[in-house]
Ligand binder design. Structure first.
Ligand code: WT7
Length: 653
C-alpha cells in the first residue's frame, strides 16, 4: 500500500449480521442465489440480457469489442436513444405516472409526469437545436437541483449532444476550465440557486466563466429565484422563453451505442481534473440494471436519491437509471437542515418514500442531530436504504438501519466511482446477509479482486489494492482528450487490471471491506478532491511560498482538509491571512475545497529527495504519535508543526 494507505483495520467488523428480511426476500427482483455464478459463467450473456431490457433502434452486432484494450467498446453496431429509453417508451403504459415529485427548498412543489417530462424535454431539445447544437454537440450545464437540470440533460441526449454537468458549488474558474476542456458551445445555467435559505449566484459565476471561454456562444438561463442578474444581449436567453417558443415535436436521434453521452470531471492525483467519458449503450445498461436490482425496484416504490446531480450519483441514480426503469422519484432542491433539521424526514413522510439513497457524511450528520427528529415522523414507508460515497462506519450503518429503517430495512452499501458509471460492489437486498461496514460482494457480471504490490491476490483478510479484472459495460471509455492519462492512471500499475485507487480486504466469506483511497485523493463529505489541486490553489495566493495538503479523519465529513502553508519572506501570518487563504481556495475551486484548518509553518517536512511527507502531516493532523522522522531533511521542523497544529486543531466550519 502506498503512502496514502489508511489503517487496514480502520473499520472493524462488529460481528453483527443481518439476513434479508423475509418480506423482501420473498418478492425480490433478484431472488436466485445462483445469480452470481450464472453471470460469472457467461458474463457476455449476462450483459446481453441486461442490455435487452432497453429499447434499441437497431441491435448490436458485437457485445464486447476488446481489440483495442484497454479501450473497450460495448454493444458496437447497436443504436439507441437515451431519452427514448427514459421517456418515450413509458408513455403508452405509464405516461401519467409521476417521474418526479420535485420539492423546492422554500417549500414549493411540482409534480412532473412522464408525459410532461417528455413534452418539456422535446421542446428544450428543439430549443438547443435552435442554438446550433446537434449530434456530437457539446453543452455545459451549471445549475442547482431544479427540474430544468434533468430536462437539459435529457434534451442533449435526445438530439445526440454530449453534456458536462458542473456542480453548482464549483467556482467560476472551475466552470471556465471545464467548459473550455469540454469544448462547450452552449451553457445552461440559472439565475440563482437556493441553498440553506441563502441564494447562490450561479449566473454571476457563469458570467465570469463565460468571459474566459469565448467558444461558448450562448447562455440559457433558467429563472429560479427571480434575483437580479447581469444580462448580455445576443448571448443570453431565458430557458422558459426558448422552451415555450420551440416546436413540441422532436424525434429522437438513434445514437451509436459508443457515442459519448456525457463527460464528468473528477479529481485525480494531479492538479488537472479528469474528464471521465461515458457512452450511451453500456452506460445505460449499467445504470438501469443496477438501479433495478440493488434497490429491488417495484412498481409501487417511491424512490429518493438525495444526492446532487452535479456528481455521478445523481447522473446514474437520479436521472438515467430511475427514468430508464420508469420509476417515481423524489427530487429535492435544497439543504438537509432547512428550514429545520427534520426536512428529509418530512419529505420521506409526505411522499411515502420507500427507497432512500444517501451518503455516510449525511447519515452521521443526522445522527448528530439526534434521534428525536426522525422519530417525530412516520418513516414506516421505508423499505430499502442505500449508502454511497465513502466507507460507512458500522455505527452510522446501525443507526441508519435502526432509526431510519425501523430496524428492518436492509442497508445496501454501494461501492462505485465516477469512472465505473454504476454500482460495482453492493449487496442485493433479497439475497445477501449484510455486515455493517462491508459493501458485500461484486454485483453479478462484475469481477473484482484484491492484489498486493506484485499484482497477485493477497490472502483473505489482508489489505491490498482493489482491481477489476474484467471489463463492464458502464466503464469509462477514456479521459476526454487524454487517452494516455487514461492508460497510465487505470491500467499501467497492473497490466490488464483496472486499478480503482481504493484499498480493500476480503473476509473469509468473500465479503469486501473498502478501506479508503490509496492515492493523493481526499474524500470530503463524499466529494472527491485531490490534495494537489488544493495545494495549487493555495500556492496561487501571493502570500504563499509552499503548501502541503492532507485529508485528516473527521467524524462527520469522513475526511477534512488540513493544509500546511509556508509564507513568502516578509509576509506576516495572522488570522486574517488564514481566512483570506481559505477564501482564495473557495474562489479557485469552490467552497467544498476550503481547508478546515491551515497551519502556518516556516518549513514543510521533506525527504532528502524533496518529497513532502504527507503521511507525517496526516499523523500530526490526527494527533498521532510520530514515527521515525530521521529520513527527513529537516527533522527539526516537525516539532514546530506539531505544536502549531495543536494550538489550531480545527478551522471554522
Ligand atoms: C470514490 C469514488 C460513486 C459515487 C460517489 C463518489 C469512494 C464510493 C464507496 C463505498 C467505500 C466508497 C471510493 C471511490 N467510495 N462509494 N460504498 N464504500 N468507499 O464517486 O467521486 O468518483 O468517488 O469514493 O474511494 O474510489 P467519486
Amino acid at each position: 500500500m502506498g503512502d496514502g494507505s489508511p489503517a487496514i483495520d480502520a473499520l472493524q467488523h462488529t460481528g453483527a449480521t443481518y439476513p434479508p428480511p423475509a418480506a423482501i426476500a420473498a418478492g425480490a427482483v433478484v431472488r436466485d442465489p445462483g445469480v452470481w455464478e450464472r453471470a460469472a459463467a457467461d458474463p457476455i450473456a449476462w450483459w446481453e440480457e441486461q442490455a435487452g431490457h432497453l429499447e434499441w433502434s437497431s441491435r448490436w452486432t458485437r457485445t464486447l469489442d476488446d481489440d483495442d484494450a484497454p479501450f473497450f467498446r460495448w454493444f458496437t453496431g447497436g443504436t439507441l436513444n437515451i431519452a427514448t429509453n427514459c421517456l418515450d417508451r413509458h408513455l403508452a403504459e405509464r405516461g401519467e405516472r409521476v417521474a418526479f415529485h420535485w420539492e423546492g427548498e422554500p417549500g414549493d412543489r411540482v409534480t412532473i409526469t412522464y408525459r410532461e417530462l417528455h413534452a418539456r424535454v422535446s421542446r428544450f431539445a428543439n430549443a438547443l437545436r435552435g442554438l446550433g447544437v446537434g449530434r456530437g454537440g457539446r453543452v455545459a450545464i451549471y445549475m442547482g437541483m431544479v427540474p430544468e437540470l434533468p430536462i437539459a440533460m435529457l434534451a442533449c441526449a435526445r438530439i445526440g449532444a454530449a453534456h458536462t454537468v458542473v456542480f453548482g458549488g464549483f467556482s467560476a474558474q472551475a466552470l471556465c476550465d471545464r467548459m473550455i476542456d469540454f469544448g462547450a458551445t452552449v451553457l445552461v445555467t440559472q439565475d440563482e440557486a437556493w441553498r440553506a435559505g441563502k441564494t447562490i449566484a450561479l449566473k454571476a459565476s457563469a458570467d465570469q466563466a463565460l468571459a474566459g471561454a469565448p467558444g461558448v456562444a450562448h447562455a440559457v438561463v433558467c429563472r429560479r429565484t427571480g434575483g437580479d442578474i447581469n444580462w448580455v444581449e445576443g448571448r443570453d436567453a431565458w430557458f422558459h422563453d426558448l422552451e415555450q417558443a420551440a416546436d413540441p415535436d422532436c424525434p429522437a436521434e438513434p445514437m451509436d451505442a459508443e457515442q459519448m453521452l456525457f463527460a464528468l470531471y473528477t479529481s485525480g492525483t494531479t492538479g488537472k481534473p479528469k474528464g471521465i467519458v461515458h457512452t450511451t449503450g453500456g452506460y445505460l445498461t449499467g445504470a438501469a440494471s443496477t438501479h433495478r436490482m440493488v434497490f429491488d425496484l417495484h412498481d409501487d416504490d417511491i424512490y429518493w436519491c438525495a444526492a446532487d446531480i452535479g456528481w455521478v450519483t445523481g447522473h446514474s441514480y437520479i436521472v438515467y437509471g430511475p427514468l430508464a426503469n420508469g420509476a417515481t422519484s423524489v427530487m429535492y432542491e435544497g439543504g438537509p437542515g432547512f428550514p429545520a433539521q427534520d426536512r428529509l424526514w418530512q419529505i420521506v413522510e409526505r411522499y411515502r418514500v420507500s427507497i432512500l439513497y444517501t451518503a455516510p457524511t449525511a447519515i452521521r450528520t443526522f445522527m448528530k442531530w439526534g434521534d428525536a427528529l426522525p422519530a417525530g415522523h412516520d418513516l414506516s414507508s421505508i423499505r430499502i436504504l442505500g449508502s454511497v460515497g465513502e466507507p460507512i462506519n458500522p455505527e452510522a450503518w446501525e443507526w441508519y438501519r435502526q432509526s431510519i429503517g425501523g430496524g428492518q430495512a436492509p442497508v445496501v452499501d454501494t461501492w462505485w466511482q465516477t469512472e465505473t458509471g454504476s454500482m460495482m460492489i453492493s449487496p442485493l437486498p433479497g439475497l445477501n446477509t449484510l455486515k455493517p461496514g462491508s459493501a458485500s460482494r461484486p454485483l453479478p457480471g462484475i469481477s473484482a479482486r484484491v492484489v498486493g504490490e506484485d499484482g497477485q491476490d493477497v490472502p483473505d483478510g489482508q489489505g491490498g489494492y482493489l482491481v477489476i479484472d474484467r471489463p463492464w459495460p458502464s466503464m469509462l471509455r477514456t479521459l476526454l482528450g487524454d487517452d494516455q492519462r487514461y492508460v497510465d492512471t487505470y491500467w499501467s500499475r497492473f497490466p490488464g487490471l483496472y486499478l480503482a485507487g481504493d484499498g480493500c480486504r476480503i473476509d473469509d466469506d468473500g465479503d469486501f471491506w473498502l478501506l479508503g483511497r490509496i492515492d493523493d485523493v481526499m474524500n470530503v463529505s463524499g466529494h472527491r478532491l485531490s490534495t494537489i489541486e488544493v495545494e495549487s490553489a493555495l500556492v496561487d495566493h501571493p502570500a504563499v511560498a509552499e503548501a502541503a495538503v492532507v485529508g485528516r479523519a473527521d467524524p462527520i465529513t469522513g475526511e477534512a482538509i488540513a493544509a500546511f502553508v509556508t509564507l513568502r519572506d516578509g509576509v506576516h501570518g495572522d488570522e486574517a491571512l488564514i481566512a483570506a487563504l481559505r477564501e482564495h481556495v473557495a474562489q479557485q475551486i469552490g467552497p467544498i475545497a476550503k481547508p478546515a484548518s491551515i497551519v502556518l509553518t516556516p518549513d514543510l517536512p521533506k525527504t532528502r529527495s524533496g518529497k513532502i511527507m504527507r503521511r507525517l502531516l496526516r499523523d500530526v493532523s490526527e494527533h498521532r504519535q510520530l514515527g521515525d522522522v530521521t529520513t527527513l531533511a529537516n527533522e527539526e521542523v516537525v516539532g514546530e508543526i506539531a505544536a502549531q497544529a495543536a494550538t489550531n486543531p480545527h478551522g471554522e466550519d
